[in-house]
Design a binder for this molecule. Structure first.
Ligand SMILES: NC(=O)c1ccc[n+]([C@@H]2O[C@H](COP(=O)([O-])OP(=O)(O)OC[C@H]3O[C@@H](n4cnc5c(N)ncnc54)[C@H](O)[C@@H]3O)[C@@H](O)[C@H]2O)c1
Ligand SMILES: [Zn+2]
Length: 363
């Protein structure tokens, strides 16, 4: 492609394009669909802030049908999928139809799942609009929904035909959501890239000039891991750092808090706890633990983990999809910038790590 301001990263079966000119490439892509029925999946926020820009820059989308769902993790469910499958059927969408997922990780996860299952699979494209989905969720081919209070346990691996990342969409995203995405960038650095960690520690969000660089670095780290192990038999488990405890805290918050934690906020808590465990039974040093926990703590608001909920957290962890034969499996840091997976951890140490998190936020 001859457009110079674009970063192009090759995934297993398609491409990611990053940059303010990403839509010029999308235009080329869409030519293949000029006879197809095109649907754009949005929530009320991407309907307000993103869809006009997308359609204006891509003439072929002028006739696309817009499918709107309510925003929020609580809507990443089979009930909402049911409605969307029904709508696609009412529009008589055939196997040649294309679904464009325009939104955060909720839209790209659920839209990818709907497209992968409708008529045994129609094509989909991701146009991620949150930092979290631009640097993580839209890439790697994991699609799915939550079920019975458990995160992401229904879903399939399936890659989009392309991912088009337009950093300008982040201009309307609030600070809390930006920070939520930043947690995944911190994770990428912690598991793979100590230099990236040093840069992230200084805070890269306030200056929009940094966004493309940040997105590119994170997508490259994630993509290299996914390329080496697309179906998460081994190496890909590295990306679960912070997520064993993080998902439990997130699911619990979703069911019980008036204003639930965002995904990245829960992962930030999970990363502090799992760094503690990494210090106790893996090679992460005490100095590195202090570095990780004080840095993460400086970015995020305190969220007390109430002792009366510890039992529920453990039950949620036992149910998490990552665990084989009911043992609790973790990805742990060996140092800042490297990690190892399939580490079994006992319940007592997990509880200790929750106490450690509470002590960090009390400082
Ligand atoms: N598939 C994967 O590999 C993967 C990886 C990480 C996370 N995830 C999933 O991603 C989800 C979290 O994604 P998220 O943080 O993007 O949440 P989200 O999709 O809920 O988006 C967060 C909020 O930002 C709003 N929004 C989106 N774009 C906007 C814009 N440009 N301007 C203003 N507001 C905007 C949304 O409407 C929503 O209210 C979780 O469900 C998580 O499990 C998936
Ligand atoms: Zn995540």
């Amino acid at each position: 492609m001859s457009i110079s301001n674009i970063v192009n990263i090759k995934t297993n079966t398609s491409d990611v394009f990053i940059g303010d000119d990403a839509f010029s490439v999308l235009n080329e892509y869409l030519r293949a669909y000029h006879n197809a029925k095109i649907f754009i999946l949005v929530d009320e926020n991407t309907l307000e802030h993103c869809v006009t820009e997308l359609i204006t820059q891509n003439e072929i989308l002028h006739n696309a049908e817009i499918l709107e769902i309510d925003s929020g993790e609580e809507n990443k469910t089979l009930d909402v999928c049911y409605q969307l499958w029904k709508t696609l059927a009412e529009y008589k969408a055939d196997r040649n139809a294309l679904l464009i997922n325009l939104g955060g990780g909720v839209i790209t996860d659920m839209g990818g799942f709907i497209a992968s299952t409708y008529k045994r699979g129609i094509s989909f494209i991701n146009v991620p609009t949150t930092l979290l989905s631009q640097i993580d969720a839209s890439v790697g081919g994991k699609t799915g929904v939550d079920f019975e209070g458990l995160k992401n346990i229904i879903g399939v691996f399936n890659e989009p035909k392309g991912v088009f990342i337009y950093p300008n969409f982040l201009k309307t995203l609030d600070k809390r959501q930006m920070l939520s995405g930043y947690a995944e960038a911190l994770k990428h650095a912690l598991i793979k890239d100590v230099e990236y960690w040093e840069e992230l520690k200084d805070g890269m969000l306030s200056d929009a000039e940094n966004w493309t660089k940040l997105i590119t670095r994170s997508v490259n780290i994630k993509n290299e891991i996914v390329l080496s192990d697309p179906l998460e038999k081994g190496e890909r488990k590295l990306l679960n750092f912070g997520h064993t405890i993080g998902h439990a805290v997130e699911s619990f918050s979703l069911e019980n808090d008036k204003v639930p934690l965002c995904h990245g906020e829960a992962i930030a808590i999970g990363m502090i706890c799992e760094s503690y465990i990494s210090n106790m039974i893996n090679d992460l040093t005490a100095v590195e633990l202090e570095n990780v926990s004080s840095t993460i703590n400086s970015f995020y608001s305190a969220y007390t983990l109430d002792e009366s909920n510890y039992h529920s957290y453990i039950e949620l962890m036992k149910n998490d999809k990552k665990n084989e034969s009911n043992k609790i499996n973790f990805t742990l840091l060996s140092s800042i910038g490297s990690a190892s997976f399939n580490k079994e951890v006992g319940v007592d140490l997990i509880l200790e790590s929750l106490n450690y998190y509470n002590s960090i936020i009390a400082k």
